[in-house]
Design a protein around this ligand. Structure first.
Ligand SMILES: Cc1cc2nc3c(=O)[nH]c(=O)nc-3n(C[C@H](O)[C@H](O)[C@H](O)COP(=O)(O)O)c2cc1C
Length: 180
């Protein structure tokens, strides 16, 4: 499994990712984690060259990311909710996956969509960001195996305080990872 973390701070998204990685590794499941915001990734110019040949004109960290994704069955996207949307880092990352999409390279992979926000559940803020992740999965031919929102996470450690919710989430993630 590859976990793509959409926040640069040592906050809820990164802490959840680290927790998932360490718990899955206890079961001898292999997990890798990337934080695109800490990498060198150019913003997509929309030139559409990749639609013709499946290759991006930019040479940056996306080359290695795409090679990693090719080998993975499951991608977990963890995004902080920002203005009821995905983080900009995740959006840039998605745009730069177009070369892989145009060569059918995302088709059939599983997605686990996770969003984390500060607002309460009843305002549907995190729901809007997981909705975007699920739309991306659908548009790229991926199968969204699990979609999870963590609400009321403002301080950097809040998600880990929701122990029953994270345990339940972890159980579902393990089932997906073990089915690969
Ligand atoms: C620019 C910005 C916009 C935000 N917008 C929202 C929002 O629309 N809804 C929400 O629930 N939380 C919002 N938040 C709060 C973050 O989603 C929340 O603090 C979350 O825990 C951040 O995840 P992180 O700790 O991984 O960075 C926003 C935070 C920032 C910095």
């Amino acid at each position: 499994m590859l976990i793509i973390v959409g926040s640069r701070r040592d906050g809820n998204s990164l802490k959840l990712a680290k927790m998932v990685k360490s718990e899955l590794e206890k079961e001898r499941l292999s997990v890798e984690m990337i934080v695109p915001g800490n990498q060198k990734i150019h913003i997509c110019t929309g030139c559409m060259d990749c639609d013709k040949n499946g290759v991006c004109d930019f040479t940056d960290d996306m080359k290695n990311n795409i090679e990693k994704i090719k080998k993975e069955n499951t991608l977990m996207f963890i995004t902080p909710t920002r203005w009821n949307l995905l983080s900009g880092d995740i959006k840039i990352f998605m745009d730069r996956l177009n070369p892989l999409y145009s060569s059918q390279g995302l088709k059939g992979k599983k997605m686990i969509a996770v969003s984390i926000g500060a607002k309460p559940k009843d305002v549907y803020s995190t729901e809007a960001s997981t909705f975007s992740l699920r739309n991306f999965a659908e548009a790229s031919g991926m199968d969204c195996a699990l979609s999870k929102n963590f609400d009321e996470c403002r301080d950097a450690n809040d998600v880990l305080l929701k122990s029953s919710e994270t345990e339940e989430f972890l159980k579902e993630v393990k089932i997906i990872a073990q089915s690969n």
